[in-house]
Design a protein around this ligand. Structure first.
Ligand code: ATP
Ligand code: MG
Length: 278
């Protein structure tokens, strides 16, 4: 019998609720080593909650998470951070820090308790900034950067952690179209070299193009999981997002492309003939 390597992440039956609202309702999701998994689903589906759960930020009320076969509960937060980095959807409060200082924070899980960053850490931080083309901002305070520039710096901080697993929550939300392609292309390259990535992505065409598997979440549950062409069907897009879409193979990229035609009939906005703009 072949000895199969356990998945990089194996989350089973995750359950989390806040008062009466269930945010994760029995979510199963695994990511194999060297694969990129896309999390898709409408606003409020539970994508960020799921990513926060597997990064260890949330105290779950049910289920289990294994990293490379190790129960996450048996690992310290520093051990988890040495393996896994997260690029959050809501950029952290970074007032007063320079870009270099923030990216160097990515080195924290690899330092001893009272150890400060050394030359090697600075080199790794520079490499990470170079990858996202943010090295020219190294001395700038973060609050002087544009939204997209800041987002790329946060990606650099995660890369400076030299993680084996990278979680990205809407990493392209603030980026122009060129930078969207560059950041997802960079993650894809790192995945091809062995990184495991899970990324929440709203743009279905980008998700289909860069991810090996997609997991569709809705109301805290997994509606479907599989290869992009299995998941992104017109019926499923209508059911999950309330959008009428055309799905086709783009001859230019060779990937699946999703053209959003408009809200499905039941979701059309009703302005009652009045216009808010005069
Ligand atoms: N502390 C909380 N109390 C109550 N509801 C919460 C709390 N935190 C999150 N929620 C709700 O849980 C649901 C899932 O939130 P989550 O941020 O995971 O969604 P998401 O899929 O990431 O959405 P988006 O695409 O908008 O980023 C949302 O309806 C949100 O309002
Ligand atoms: Mg979110």
């Amino acid at each position: 019998m072949q000895n199969r390597r356990p998945p990089a992440i194996d989350a089973q039956e995750l359950f989390f609720k806040v008062e009466a609202k269930t945010l994760l309702d029995g979510v199963d999701l695994h990511a194999d080593h060297g694969r990129m998994v896309g999390l898709i689903g409408p606003n409020g589906a539970g994508k960020s909650t799921f990513l926060r759960a597997i990064s260890g930020v949330l105290r779950l009320q049910g289920g289990s998470i294994h990293l490379d076969g190790r129960d996450m509960q048996s690992l310290t937060s520093r051990e988890v951070a040495a393996d896994m980095a997260i690029v959050p959807q809501i950029l952290p409060y970074t007032h007063g820090f320079t870009v270099m200082e923030l990216v160097l924070m990515g080195r924290y899980p690899h330092l001893g308790r009272f150890q400060i960053e050394g030359k090697e850490d600075a080199r790794i931080a520079w490499d990470a900034m170079r990858l996202t083309e943010t090295e020219q901002f190294s001395d700038r305070r973060l609050d002087t950067l544009s939204g997209g520039e800041r987002q790329r710096v946060i990606v650099s901080r995660a890369l400076a952690q030299l993680p084996r697993i990278l979680l990205l929550d809407e990493p392209t939300a603030n980026l122009d179209v060129l930078q969207q392609l560059k950041v997802l292309g960079l993650v894809r390259e790192l995945v091809d070299e062995g990184l495991t990535a899970i990324a929440a992505i709203h743009d279905l065409t980008l998700a289909a193009r860069f991810c090996d598997r997609l997991v569709l979440l809705s109301e805290g549950r997994v509606l479907a999981a599989g290869q992009p062409n299995e998941i992104l069907t017109t019926d499923r897009i209508a059911a999950a997002f309330g959008v009428e879409a055309a799905v086709y193979r783009d001859p230019n990229t060779g990937s699946l492309a999703i053209s959003l035609i408009g809200p499905a009939e039941a979701h059309k906005p009703k302005a009652n003939g009045r216009s808010a703009c005069v």
